[in-house]
Ligand binder design. Structure first.
Ligand SMILES: Cc1cc2nc3c(=O)[nH]c(=O)nc-3n(C[C@H](O)[C@H](O)[C@H](O)COP(=O)(O)OP(=O)(O)OC[C@H]3O[C@@H](n4cnc5c(N)ncnc54)[C@H](O)[C@@H]3O)c2cc1C
Ligand code: FES
Length: 262
């Protein structure tokens, strides 16, 4: 069940170019949320932008009732959100959507994070750590300055392997290229992916080849956020049949082999 609430901003600060971390007091949402879900955020109290913006739940602290977001400023809504100050309130609807399927305790899992796609994966790795899973996170960015969450993943006892497009840190190349060289698929029970569409498509193809189950978190522009308007429709195949699903209500997390990428 989701809630609509005014959440007080506890902290907000930049962590990378055009990228902000925001902490909010949202005990009801923090209590209910599972990794991979999102909140639909009213970025401004003014008329514009009218529509809420979907942002993944980056982390929660249930005892403190705190929810964290990590977002990149790409347009009007996210720019207005970044201007909020501690003490301001932000209207949230959530938690929304279907999150990641958690593996059996102790499983060996791979996580692939590309750019701002790292945002929902910190909460996931938190839960994987609670399940005593052996986690390797492949984190990629265009360069060292734009690398996100590598420190948080390491603090959660994950093995962290870095790729940057320009080689300014770690492997020079993309996350799929790095995974192809580094990962032993035979010893991997599950793989979770969030990042640019091309990266998710390439990792999904590798997963299908290796016959390893995987999940991807899709992004589409959203209207209502609750399954009513169909603005977030995607094509999903299941048992050879293609059907339309809504990223907000049926996802945003889908099995990697079910996504129709074209
Ligand atoms: C389930 C979900 C979770 C998300 N989680 C995060 C997150 O944790 N952190 C984060 O930074 N972003 C996240 N996004 C993307 C975020 O919602 C958009 O960046 C945001 O809505 C842009 O709003 P805006 O008003 O700033 O930009 P707009 O002015 O609306 O758009 C600016 C540009 O961004 C593109 N854009 C807008 N919305 C989306 C979208 N949903 N997907 C892809 N491109 C879009 C537009 O086509 C345009 O080119 C998520 C999206 C979804 C669907
Ligand atoms: S945003 Fe309205 S159905 Fe998904």
């Amino acid at each position: 069940m989701s809630k609509v609430m005014d959440a007080k901003v506890l902290a907000v600060y930049p962590v990378a170019p055009e990228t902000y971390y925001m902490e909010l007091a949202a005990p009801d949402i923090a209590r209910l949320a599972v990794p991979g879900q999102f909140v639909h955020v009213r970025c401004s109290d003014a008329q514009e932008p009218l529509l809420r913006r979907p942002l993944s739940i980056h982390m929660v602290s249930r005892p403190q009732g705190v929810l964290a977001l990590l977002f990149r400023v790409v347009g009007k809504g996210t720019a207005l959100l970044a201007q909020r100050q501690p003490g301001d309130s932000v209207n949230l609807m959530g938690p929304l959507g279907r999150g990641f399927t958690l593996p059996l305790p102790g499983s060996k899992v791979a996580v692939a994070a590309g750019g701002i796609g790292a945002a929902p994966l910190v909460f996931l790795v938190q839960e994987l750590a609670n399940l005593k899973c052996q986690v390797t996170v492949y984190v990629g960015a265009r360069d060292k300055k734009n690398l996100l969450c590598d420190g948080q993943f390491a603090q959660l006892d994950a093995e962290v392997v870095i790729a940057t497009d320009d080689g300014s840190l770690g492997f020079k190349g993309t996350v799929p290229e790095l995974m192809r060289r580094h990962l032993d698929w035979r010893r991997t029970a599950m793989c979770y992916v969030c990042g640019p569409r091309a990266m998710m498509q390439e990792v999904s193809a590798m997963l299908s080849e290796a016959d390893v189950p995987g999940e991807v978190s899709l992004e589409e522009k959203m209207g209502c956020g609750v399954g009513a308007c169909l603005s977030c429709a995607v094509q999903i195949q299941h048992h050879g049949e293609i059907s339309t699903k809504r990223v907000c209500a049926d996802g945003p997390v889908f099995p990697s082999w079910q996504v129709v990428w074209e």
